[in-house]
Write a protein that binds this ligand. Structure first.
Ligand code: NAI
Length: 415
């Protein structure tokens, strides 16, 4: 088991990831993943570091690469790469080209299993390393944007191996997307801009899991929230939850702070930038840096300046200044002060990623190529472990309750 000391960049995160610690203790003894090489792509910081060492403790050789060029923490990469059986294809401050090349170099090492974030490695292995893809046993995908790409691959019938859609399991999206993204996005926006949430008109684009977390938490901090949506049911849900609902044209004129979390592209574009007030703040929490049309913003501006680290100010010819955080990349992971999600949340996300690898490699459900949900019993097991680590207990159903759920005539009912 890895040592915890002051020089160890993972020690703090390890204290807040008790499920991963339990896996390390249990599987460090039995090493069920011995003989397998697992590729791991993620934002490379302390919590993903603990996930990588957990796979390694369980016996796997681990090859890891970033899922975003700007979110890598150098000390974490160096500490992991120094261990035998763990290889980094990453360093802090990579360019987009270096990021791309490193992922190809990793795939040339022919991993048996791929744990992915944004479908970066899985898409590349299919498109450019078909011989490697042919021998991959399976994969797991951690985020919504990656599931969207996998669904497109499945629709085209090109997937060569089975993939668990880890994002779609309740123990991932109810906690990571809602609470993790919600808290860490607002925290990093506040720190990067050194401005207050309370009293601001805050436009949240998208009311899915992430947008819901951001909007609800912003309102709890005193923000006056506005939601934009393309799905009428989500828009209605936002309305019933007490947010103002508008189209983007109207919201552009009303907002002080804009946060996009749609998984889509060109959500805020030139016609919207033209309507915004002087001094607005723009941020993105979606996986790719295409939610804000940055080329459009660049074309409108007569110059850009950097008034503060992590802030790019676009000066409009009419004197308005629009302030973009973290270059439009994930604001909770790539800003100068960003550390990503709280460790307690990533404990469950990475537990589900671990379970995905364990189930396919060790229990071997013999799945055909395709995109699959994680079996519900595994999701429940992780939920129970998390509750146990928190010292919380649940009710156990008694026999009459179990039987009540199975009968339809309800003979004892008085109406
Ligand atoms: P989701 O699918 O639950 O929600 C996305 C919502 O955006 C949907 O309700 C959809 O109708 C809406 N939408 C799509 N196009 C829109 C547009 N043009 N205008 C307004 N609304 C629009 O997805 P989820 O889980 O909320 O993820 C959203 C994004 O956040 C994805 O890219 C995902 O990968 C990313 N993500 C980021 C994290 C982070 O750490 N920042 C963590 C987890 C997910």
């Amino acid at each position: 088991m890895a040592q915890t000391d002051e020089d160890d960049p993972l020690s703090w995160a390890r204290d807040y990831t008790p499920i991963l610690a339990a896996y390390q203790a249990e599987y460090g003894e039995t090493t069920p993943l011995d003989g397998y090489t697992i590729a791991f792509a993620s934002h490379l910081e302390t919590k993903s570091g603990v996930a990588i060492e957990t796979l390694h403790e369980a016996g796997a050789d681990v090859l890891f690469a970033p899922s975003e060029p700007q979110s890598t923490h150098g000390p974490v990469v160096d500490a992991l790469d120094a261990r035998e059986g763990i290889t980094a294809f990453a360093w802090e401050g990579m360019t987009d080209d270096e990021f791309d090349n490193a992922q190809h170099e990793l795939l040339e090492e022919e991993p048996d299993f791929i744990l992915d974030d944004g479908c970066e490695l899985i898409a590349k292995v299919h498109a450019e390393h078909p011989d490697v893809a042919a021998n991959v046993i399976g994969g797991g995908e951690q985020t919504t944007a990656g599931i969207t790409r996998l669904e497109a691959m499945e629709a085209e019938d090109v997937l060569q191996f089975p993939v668990y859609g880890v994002n779609d399991t309740p123990m991932k999206h109810f906690f990571d997307n809602v609470h993790g993204t919600g808290e860490s996005s607002l925290t990093n926006i506040a720190i990067t801009s050194n401005s207050i949430i309370a009293g601001k008109d805050i436009v949240v684009c998208g009311y899915g899991y992430c947008g819901r977390g951001i909007a609800n938490k912003a309102r709890e901090l005193g923000g006056k929230t506005i939601v934009t949506e393309v799905d009428p049911r989500k828009a209605l849900q936002a309305h019933m939850n007490g947010h103002r609902v508008m189209d983007m044209d109207e919201a552009a004129e009303a907002g002080d702070l804009f946060i996009s979390a749609t998984g889509n592209r060109d959500v805020i574009r030139a016609e919207h930038f033209e309507r915004m007030d002087d001094g607005v703040i723009l941020a993105n929490s979606g996986h790719f840096d295409v939610e804000l049309d940055l080329d459009g913003l660049e074309e409108l501006a007569e110059k850009t300046t950097t008034p503060k680290e992590g802030v790019t100010r676009y000066h409009m010819p009419d004197g308005r200044r629009l302030n973009l955080l973290a270059e439009g990349r994930l604001v909770n992971l790539t800003g100068p002060y960003s550390q990503g999600h709280p460790a307690e949340v990533m404990d469950t996300t990475f537990a589900m990623m671990f379970v995905a690898a364990y189930d396919m490699l060790v229990d071997d459900p013999e799945l055909e190529p395709g995109l699959y949900n994680i079996p519900d019993r595994l999701d429940r097991e992780v939920a129970s472990m998390k509750l146990e680590t928190l010292g919380l207990s649940t009710e156990k159903m008694i026999e009459s309750q179990r039987a009540y759920g199975e009968e339809w005539e309800h003979p004892d009912s008085s109406f």
